[in-house]
Ligand binder design. Structure first.
Ligand code: SF4
Length: 362
């Protein structure tokens, strides 16, 4: 998995570091004073090599920036936002989803893990004290929240912290089934494990190295039975010949394995990309055709399928979800008010209204 491990001199005796040392007793861990020393080991011959070699380098560091932030997908005013917040404990991911936006946005390509958990918790306490309503904080915007948790063991501390918080709820987003480290921890219903789903064939062909659909659904059932909340994301939905049958079958499978009322909310997102991503994907994954369709540029400078295609896709998913569980809050976070009016028959007043709609089962 990792060919080299580096550790910032400031974090040598932190808890996360000790977990990593236990997991990799035979790999030499090199102490460094700056990220530049680590970047020397990234193969910069091409973008393809840079991304691939970065994923094999682990850098345990001391994060200096702001901890609690708004989700980076937060949209310009014309898109409805769901008021998701983030804390980044990691940056980068060992999986290889071909559409992954991190390929074109991460300036540092190595797998970074921030080890100064005490400072992160202090920021969370301060933020929690400033709130008056339920607020979701997610760790999986520029990483997979669970994929490497058996190595870093950070989620245990997070789940225990959030179990006692006043207004905060933790969202762990994943395409893995690595839920064993979560079992046996008392979440007090304050942690939502959020599984990204796609039809089985899509997972096999473009979500490379991730858990199969079957494994993710099994994992969802298991965490649900262990007291966690569960939500699902169909994101990104991909347009291809036969998409209607594939996504119908996906929601039928979910409906056959979960009861109405069991899923806390359901997010739907349709493939988006930024300028530059398609070129990288063609280089890294020859033969992949997901970006060969027609796309239009939105005001957020992201490409999407044309509106009539998006509407058709949303219509199918929302109607199937409605049949499954008429009270289930389902939504897309990067569409306009007109989307809500057309598909949900109401328009939230603001981000807090969207948030209230999503969190009514928390
Ligand atoms: S799981 Fe998420 S972060 Fe990881 S490669 Fe796939 S899209 Fe990117």
């Amino acid at each position: 998995m990792f060919e080299r491990i580096f550790i910032d001199k400031e974090v040598t005796d932190f808890t996360t570091v000790n977990h990593v040392k236990e997991y990799f007793p035979d790999i030499q861990i090199v102490e460094v004073s700056s990220k530049e020393e680590v970047l020397e080991f990234v193969n910069d011959d091409s973008m393809k090599d840079r991304i691939q070699s970065g994923k094999k380098i682990l850098y345990l560091n001391n994060y200096k920036g702001q901890f609690v932030k708004f989700c980076p997908a937060r949209s310009p005013e014309c898109y409805m936002c769901c008021n998701l917040h983030t804390i980044n404990l990691q940056s980068n991911c060992v999986f290889n989803c071909t559409y992954c936006i991190l390929q074109s946005v991460l300036s540092n390509p190595v797998m970074q893990v921030h080890c100064n958990l005490d400072e992160i918790f202090s920021s969370l306490v301060e933020y929690d004290n400033s709130l008056t309503e339920k607020t979701r904080i997610c760790t999986g915007e520029i990483a997979d929240s669970l994929a490497l948790d058996h190595i870093f063991n950070q989620n245990k501390y997070l789940v225990e912290f959030f179990a006692k918080s006043k207004h905060l709820y933790l969202e762990l987003k994943t395409k893995s089934n690595n839920i064993e480290p979560l079992l046996g921890i008392e979440s007090n219903g304050r942690t939502v494990v959020s599984f990204s789903l796609n039809p089985s064939d899509v997972v096999k062909k473009i979500e490379l190295q991730t858990a199969s659909l079957e494994e993710r659904l099994d994992a969802a059932r298991k965490v649900l039975d262990h007291g966690y909340k569960v939500c699902f994301n169909i994101d990104p939905m991909i347009y291809f010949e036969g998409w209607q049958e594939a996504y119908t079958e996906l929601i039928d499978t979910i409906s056959s394995r979960f009861k109405a009322g069991e899923i806390t909310w359901f997010h739907v997102g349709i493939l988006r990309s930024n300028p530059g991503l398609a070129k990288i994907v063609r280089q890294r994954f020859p033969g992949q055709t997901i970006f060969d369709e027609e796309f239009v540029l939105g005001v957020d400078k992201k490409y999407r399928y044309p509106k009539h295609i998006r509407d058709e896709m949303y219509h199918l998913v929302y109607s199937k979800l409605n049949q499954f569980d008429a009270e289930l809050a389902s939504y897309a976070c990067v569409e306009k008010a007109s989307h809500w009016k057309k598909h949900k028959h109401f328009v939230p007043k603001d981000v807090h209204d969207v948030n209230r709609y999503l969190t009514n089962r928390l």
